[in-house]
Structure formats: C-alpha cells, structure tokens
Design a protein around this ligand. Structure first.
Ligand SMILES: Cc1cc2nc3c(=O)[nH]c(=O)nc-3n(C[C@H](O)[C@H](O)[C@H](O)COP(=O)(O)O)c2cc1C
Length: 172
C-alpha cells in the first residue's frame, strides 16, 4: 500500500481545498491510501521552538516521514501558495538537510472559484518542492470549484474532476 499524507493550505471552515482533500480517500485508486492530516493546530514557525518541539510538530514530522508521499491542497493567494501551506512545509523541511519532506513525492492541488485554475500557485509550489528535492508527480488545478463539489458534503460531483484526481493519485 502506498500511503499519501494530505494537508490543506486553508484554515477556512468551508474551504474548497480542504473539502477536496477530504474527498480524496474515496477517490484513491487501489493500492493508494490518502490520510488527511489536520494542520489547523500547527504553530507559526519559530526557530526557538526547535529546542523543545511542540507535540503537534513531532506528530507532523513523524507522519511525513512515514508517508510515501504528500498531497498539498492549497488556495492560490496573490498568485502564490498560502502562508499556512508554506508554514507546514517549512516545519517539515527542518532540521536543515534532514527534514522528513526532503525528497518525497508530491502532488499539488489548487482549487478556487475563479477561472484561473491556480496556475500561478502550482508553478510556485513546484519551485518550492524542487528546492526541497521533492518530485512533483501530478498537479491538479481546479477552476470554478464551487460548480464541481457538493455544497453539503466532501464529495466531488464533477465526474471529470473526480477522474482527474484518481489519475493524479495513481501517479505516486
Ligand atoms: C488573500 C487572498 C488572495 C487571493 N488571491 C487569489 C489569486 O491570486 N488567484 C485566484 O484565483 N484566487 C485568489 N483568491 C481567491 C481564493 O482562491 C479563494 O478565496 C479560495 O476559495 C480560497 O481557498 P479555500 O476555499 O480553500 O479557502 C485569493 C483569496 C484571498 C483571501
């Protein structure tokens, strides 16, 4: 079984990106398991905390280390990734040159209601993962996401998007 750790780059209660992330376990192909990881409680990166790591960071690093890959579903903010997504990636990139995220396979999802499909954010996340030695196996940009997921459950209703997400997970 290939285990993929997933986190959302949005803390918003009704976040489209979080809801797509939560839909992934049901869309995963045979042999791939997606485990969403809640990052809402992760503190803002502060090197002072490295001396006595909060348990949330210990848990995050252990989960990333144990996973075969990661999937990040981030909103596009001002043509880049969210600060929340960057914060989690920063924590997982430490200690220097030994962070558990280094070299992991990665999948990118960027969803928003606008027409752009998160292309700028996908590009910026690609650069960041490249710096960390991560191999981006697939990217899914979702435009007009409000028309493609259920209003009252974590379900992808657009069949083309559902198939695209399954294929993207199969790339791990
Ligand atoms: C600070 C900020 C900047 C944004 N910048 C962009 C942007 O550059 N491109 C875009 O398509 N949408 C942009 N948006 C709209 C977000 O894509 C939209 O709010 C999205 O629903 C956020 O993701 P979420 O639903 O997972 O919270 C921006 C939103 C905020 C709050």
């Amino acid at each position: 079984m290939t285990t993929i750790l997933g986190f959302s780059g949005s803390a918003r209660e009704a976040s489209f990106n979080t809801r797509i992330l939560r839909a992934l376990p049901a869309l995963a192909p045979d042999g791939v398991e997606v485990v969403p990881f809640d990052v809402a409680h992760i503190p803002f990166y502060n090197q002072d905390l490295e001396a006595d790591l909060p348990s949330s960071i210990v848990d995050l690093r252990s989960a990333v280390a144990a996973a075969d890959g990661i999937v990040v579903a981030s909103p596009e903010y001002n043509h880049s990734y969210s600060a929340l997504a960057k914060n989690v990636i920063d924590w997982a990139s430490r200690p220097f040159a030994q962070g558990p995220i280094l070299g992991k396979k990665a999948m990118i999802i960027v969803a928003g209601p606008g027409p752009g499909g998160g292309a700028h954010c996908i590009e910026e996340l690609g650069k960041l993962f490249g710096l960390l030695g991560c191999q981006v196996v697939s990217s899914v940009g979702v435009a007009a996401v409000h028309e493609k997921i259920s209003a009252d459950s974590d379900t992808v209703t657009d069949t083309a998007l559902a198939a695209q997400l399954t294929a993207a997970l199969a790339a791990f």
